[in-house]
Design a protein around this ligand. Structure first.
Ligand SMILES: Cc1cc2nc3c(=O)[nH]c(=O)nc-3n(C[C@H](O)[C@H](O)[C@H](O)COP(=O)(O)O)c2cc1C
Ligand code: SF4
Ligand code: SF4
Length: 417
């Protein structure tokens, strides 16, 4: 079994599966239970001036029988006093010295940041995470995503923190920004040792059609919230890879956003992460999901003869390139396996009405046929087909020559034109 222990930017942990700063890390009681269950680290619920929360505060997108495909919250940072949190942090560190305990923080003035850093270091925490990401409530007060969306301010505040912190500092980035690399580079210029992403995405999850009030309702009104859970994973994976692939960015990345299984965790590593954090899945299913993460992740490493989690970091990110560098000479077409086909004809409808009219219904059979001459290999039929591996995309022979848009004759600016 592979050794899952990591050293993330100087923070050591028995495994790379950490709880993200959120309700599951509100208290020492919860974090100690999580460590017992197998989590390797935890980022404490963001410390700051304790706030007052609204009631209610969560809403969700259910999709075709799947509960909480996306979760939305209008919750703020910790609503408990700094002293209460520090006392419990000390207890956690004493009982679990080998686990990673990170203090997430959000303050306004340099003096406040410095005071909290000193007090957290006194109780033995292993590192800091700077919350520049909350998309509601705190940004109106000049914190959270108001900082994360402004690289200059993010750099300045990070450098304030670096003046005082002797433990590693992770900057947590907001996805509510056009260019994530600008934010990551600002954290790097400010002196941070790592970044984590993503925090939640601005969202309105739905409207109660009887009352016409958006969810969640607070006395008949609502506000935009932060979206997370499985629905945001594709956005998070892309942002992690964008940062990882940026030639000037060289900090370790803690990947967050929709992670539920070992396979999700592996994907974040492949896209450039060297640790992962989880919130929604633990709110949904509890601490126990980490057992499957351990087993599946280490089996995957063993199968691929890789000794450590970070041997995976970035392998797939390197397979992403700009569209103009893809091979326009590569061609696939759809192929239906008649043995597996249940004749639902969803593929026919999708191609006929939504793609390239390249599937015909033969008069003597309920099994559709691909019109090879016009199929463009878009994948749509294989995506809608309800039977696994019934439609496969098969490569058709072309010349071996790789032709990208840069060389393509249809490009008026092509090399050689
Ligand atoms: C109810 C709730 C409260 C959260 N509070 C915080 C917070 O205090 N600080 C923070 O940095 N992130 C906070 N987050 C964001 C999570 O840490 C995480 O970045 C986000 O939920 C994406 O991960 P997930 O898809 O695994 O939930 C919160 C998320 C939720 C759902
Ligand atoms: S791959 Fe696209 S074009 Fe080809 S048959 Fe399927 S849906 Fe039609
Ligand atoms: S969608 Fe799949 S199962 Fe349904 S008709 Fe097409 S190939 Fe057959």
């Amino acid at each position: 079994m592979a050794d899952l222990s990591i050293d993330f930017a100087g923070i050591k942990a028995p495994n790379p599966f950490w709880l993200a700063s959120a309700p599951p890390t509100n208290t020492g009681y919860q974090i100690m239970n999580a460590f017992h269950a197998g989590w390797g680290g935890a980022v404490w619920k963001t410390l700051g001036h304790p706030i007052v929360n609204v009631s209610s505060r969560y809403s969700a997108v259910n999709y075709r029988g799947r509960r909480m495909m996306g979760l939305n919250n209008i919750e703020l940072i910790t609503d408990r006093s700094l002293q209460e949190n520090l006392t419990e942090m000390k207890e956690v560190k004493e009982k679990f010295p080998a686990h990673a305990l990170i203090a997430s923080m959000m303050f306004e003035t340099k003096a406040e940041w410095h005071e909290c850093i000193a007090r957290c270091e006194d109780v033995g925490i292993d590192g800091f995470e700077l919350n520049y990401g909350c998309p509601h409530g705190m940004c109106e007060r000049g914190m959270g995503s108001a900082v994360g969306q402004n690289p200059e301010v993010a750099e300045r505040i990070t450098s304030w923190v670096m003046e005082k912190a002797t433990k590693p500092v992770i900057v947590k980035l907001t996805p509510n920004i056009t260019n994530i690399t600008a934010a990551g580079l600002a954290a790097q210029r400010g002196g941070a040792q790592a970044v984590s992403l993503i925090n939640t995405i601005n969202s309105v999850t739905g409207i109660n059609l009887d009352t016409m009030v958006p969810n969640p309702s607070v006395d008949g009104y609502s506000t935009h919230g932060g979206y997370c859970g499985p629905a945001v994973k594709p956005i998070a994976l892309n942002m992690v890879s964008e940062l990882y692939n940026h030639p000037k960015f060289n900090l370790p990345i803690s990947g967050i956003g929709g992670i539920e299984t070992w396979a999700d965790a592996v994907e974040f590593f492949l896209m450039g992460a060297s640790s992962v954090q989880v919130c929604t899945a633990v709110m949904h299913y509890g601490h126990r999901i980490v057992t499957d993460m351990h087993d599946g992740f280490s089996d995957y490493l063993d199968t691929h003869n890789l000794g450590t989690p970070t041997a995976l970091t970035g392998i797939t990110a390197q397979k992403l390139r700009n569209w103009e560098n893809l091979n326009l000479n590569h061609k696939v077409i759809a192929q239906i396996n008649p043995e597996k086909c249940i004749s639902c004809q969803l593929c026919y409808i999708a191609c006929e009405d939504g793609a390239h009219q390249s599937i015909r219904l033969p008069e003597d059979s309920r099994i559709p046929e691909i019109i090879q001459e016009t199929c463009v290999g878009c994948n749509l039929c294989s995506l809608v087909c309800p039977v696994d591996e019934c439609i496969s995309m098969v490569q058709v022979p072309t010349t071996d020559q790789v032709i990208t848009w840069k060389e393509h004759p249809a490009n008026p600016h092509s090399v050689g034109s």
